[in-house]
Design a protein around this ligand. Structure first.
Ligand SMILES: *Cc1c(COP(=O)(O)O)cnc(C)c1O
Length: 445
């Protein structure tokens, strides 16, 4: 039997070696089935069924004699993050808008946002009526570079929106220093970092206000969902009414009346309805119980990946800042050196590795200056005089973001819940594609 490169067992059909790669018809590195996400069992179904039977489907519904799950989850999640308060909301995008609105960000203001992040981070600023200023990233972490942030500060800057991309945290000490120096608010988007830590502080508890998404893909999910966290009493008061059309929880010592609305109407701010249904909150309570175990499991997978990949030629790994002591791994990012992969575009490398694993690994998010879903001038505010030019994302210099995006292979978190053998297959598949990359010269994405 011919032993071909990358297939020491000689199982591949081709004798010239080209069939060794799964994408060229060779034997894949792994055939095992990857873990599903989200993870659900009878306990999950029981929790949701309990809500359905309870007659209380939302926090805005009538008092039934029992405190809504929304209140329970808010307390538990605030404790998990390390803030005084949490307000569950319907989406991470709305959590961002609520945070900015509570801080008083609006027309005439600028908000500094990383140029490499999900579109909602910038579009929430536009929805608040403010101008997103895109800052370049640090290739070591893929997070906003504090030097680019400081260079972008103007007399109109109102806030910095830090994003912990793929679970590596932004340099929060530097961003706090800049915020304090120029009198700016610091919003922390921890949508990809449930459970990350900056020394003794949880991600979301470092800035003035923290934002989470609980979308289906996130580490804690109710399908759609989100949360805003803060320890600032003024922000808490504003956020509570913003999310509830001006309503808020009654004080604990106030009597409730069966069948009467449980929330009290205040109206200090003009809000909108961002409440979750109680069925969704039941899923969050279920997920929050599983999260520490899942994070531990992912951390173990990451040790396998770090061990296998760190010495590999042409591979670089994310190097978190020293004070970012815990990463929960929304994704594991492998930075490839194109030259070591026969100069192939990262899209082709991802396709080849995906074929080996029987599941998708992907390039990272597209920088916002060219992201097809970021067209802020098409928002109605784009019609305001002079705004279209200022909103144009192409005016920002995001060369580091583009450089790192051309090298990043993103391994999504469900793969990190696989068996040790499956996780090790990610190392083997990467190595196999690297050693056989020259065979993919004509392969275009
Ligand atoms: C997912 C995500 C959001 C948006 O959350 P939705 O719940 O989808 O609205 C915002 N910021 C970041 C960094 C995200 O990853």
């Amino acid at each position: 039997m011919v032993s071909v490169d990358g297939d020491p067992g000689g199982r591949a059909a081709g004798t010239d070696g080209s069939a060794a790669l799964a994408i060229l018809g060779g034997t894949p590195t792994s055939r095992a089935r990857w873990p599903p996400w989200p993870q659900v069992d009878d306990a999950t179904l029981g929790r949701v069924g309990g809500v359905l039977a309870s007659g209380r489907w939302t926090v805005t519904g009538a008092w039934t004699g029992r405190s809504p799950l929304d209140v329970t989850f808010a307390k538990l999640f605030a404790a998990y993050v390390g803030t005084r308060w949490c307000l569950p909301v319907d989406h991470g995008s709305n959590a961002l808008l609520a945070a900015l609105t509570a801080l008083g960000v609006g027309p005439g203001d600028e908000v500094i946002v990383p140029g490499l992040t999900w579109v909602a981070c910038a579009s929430a600023v536009v929805r608040a009526g403010a101008l997103p200023i895109l800052a370049d990233v640090d290739q070591r972490t893929l997070c906003m570079d504090h030097r680019a942030v400081e260079a972008a500060v103007t007399g109109k800057t109102a806030a910095i929106l830090a994003v912990h991309l793929y679970s590596a945290m932004a340099e929060m000490d530097e961003l706090r220093r800049i915020a304090a120096r120029y009198g700016l608010a610091l919003v922390e988007d921890a949508s990809q970092a449930h459970g990350a830590r900056w020394d003794d502080l949880g991600a979301g508890a470092v800035g003035d206000v923290g934002v989470f998404s609980m979308h289906q893909n996130k580490l804690l999910t109710s399908g759609e969902g989100g949360a805003v966290v803060t320890s600032d009493p003024v922000l808490h008061t504003a956020l509570e009414q913003l999310r509830g059309d001006g309503r808020r929880y009654r004080p604990d010592d106030e009597p409730r009346i069966l069948g009467e609305p449980d929330l009290e109407e205040v109206g200090d701010v003009q809000g909108w309805n961002m409440h979750l249904s109680e069925m969704q909150v039941a899923l969050l309570l279920d997920g929050l119980e599983r999260l520490p175990g899942q994070n531990a499991r992912r951390a173990r997978a990451v040790r396998v990946l770090d061990d296998g990949l760190s010495g590999m030629d042409g591979i670089d790994l994310v190097r978190p800042y020293a004070r970012n002591t815990v990463r929960p791994f929304y994704a594991y990012v492998v930075l490839v050196e194109p030259a070591a992969f026969a100069g192939l575009p990262v899209e082709v490398i991802c396709e080849a590795v995906s074929a080996e694993l029987g599941t998708r690994v992907r390039p990272c998010i597209v920088p916002l200056d060219v992201h097809p879903l970021y067209e802020p001038a098409r928002h109605p505010f784009g019609r305001l005089a002079g705004w279209a030019d200022q909103l144009d994302p192409r005016r920002f210099d995001l060369r580091e973001a583009h450089a790192v995006a051309s090298r990043a292979v993103v391994v999504p978190h469900p793969l990190l819940l696989g068996t040790d053998q499956q996780v090790h297959a990610i190392v083997e598949a990467t190595d196999k594609v690297r050693r056989n990359a020259h065979l993919l010269g004509d392969h275009r994405p």
